[in-house]
Design a protein around this ligand. Structure first.
Ligand code: SF4
Ligand code: FES
Length: 250
């Protein structure tokens, strides 16, 4: 395949960015999207040009670092991570726009790399348990209703990629925050901090500059782990309950 990629290039956080076009002539349909960028970067490096900076780690859909906006859609045309997207999803001769996540709370560091430290700070504000959780056999011994265990597990599949933020017109991180709150709030080990967790994490979400949720639903449409929209309703119910009880009680 021969394609053209138009890539956001920005030397550093304060620099002005712009889209730059690069033809890529030696693309196999079996390459992942990131492997296609590797091929382009190898050529840029051999030419003495600055390679395109982009984030990645596991390349297995697990770590959540590889977020790119591809042709205006977070993670591109399939509801999967960018590393699990393959070039067979594009046509020979395609012109593909590649941009970083766009959100005030995710400032660009360089090219396609953004700072997602805001997610870490939301987790620090309550995304943990203080109860001793023991070892794996101990976990199996704790009786948990199957429905709760299933929903907690589904929420725990959130990989913190940030696609939900990039897709949301409000730049809201409510789906991410709701997934973390649901994951812990449905399990017995998560009960001691259930109220303080939701109050603290939502306060940090707002302090980081993420927007509010207005029920648009773009977040779930791009979430590579299929975190359902109703997860946000669960957060709202927990938040209301915590505020009625007095907010920050542990
Ligand atoms: S909720 Fe989905 S889109 Fe948002 S950070 Fe988690 S995995 Fe990524
Ligand atoms: S590189 Fe880890 S999820 Fe894509």
């Amino acid at each position: 395949m021969k394609i053209v990629v138009r890539v956001w290039r920005q030397a550093h956080a304060e620099a002005e960015g712009r889209m730059v076009s690069y033809p890529v002539d030696d693309v196999s349909e079996h390459m992942s999207f990131l492997e296609m960028l590797d091929v382009l970067n190898e050529r840029l490096t051999l030419q003495g040009d600055d390679p395109i900076a982009f984030d990645h780690d596991c390349r297995e859909g697990i770590c959540g670092t590889c977020g790119l906006v591809i042709n205006g859609v977070a993670h591109g045309p399939l509801q999967t991570t960018t590393c699990q997207l393959h070039m067979r999803s594009f046509s020979d001769g395609a012109v593909i726009d590649i941009e970083p996540w766009r959100a005030d709370a995710f400032p660009v560091i360089k090219d396609l790399v953004v700072n997602r430290g805001a997610f870490d700070r939301i987790i620090q504000a309550g995304g943990f348990v203080s109860a001793p959780t023991g070892t794996a056999p101990g976990a199996h011994a704790a009786p948990i209703p199957k429905n709760d265990a299933d929903h907690a597990f589904d929420a725990a599949t959130c990989i913190g990629c940030g696609a939900c933020v990039a897709a949301c017109p409000n730049g809201s991180a409510m789906l991410f925050t709701a997934a973390k709150i649901t994951h812990l709030g449905l399990l017995p080990q998560g009960q001691p901090e259930r109220s303080s967790r939701v109050v603290g994490m939502v306060a940090q979400h707002d302090a980081e500059g993420f927007g509010g949720c207005t029920n648009i639903g773009e977040c779930t449409a791009v979430c590579p782990k299929g975190i359902p929209f109703e997860t946000i309703s669960r957060l709202n119910r927990d938040l209301l309950g915590a505020l009625v009880k007095g907010g920050s009680t542990a």
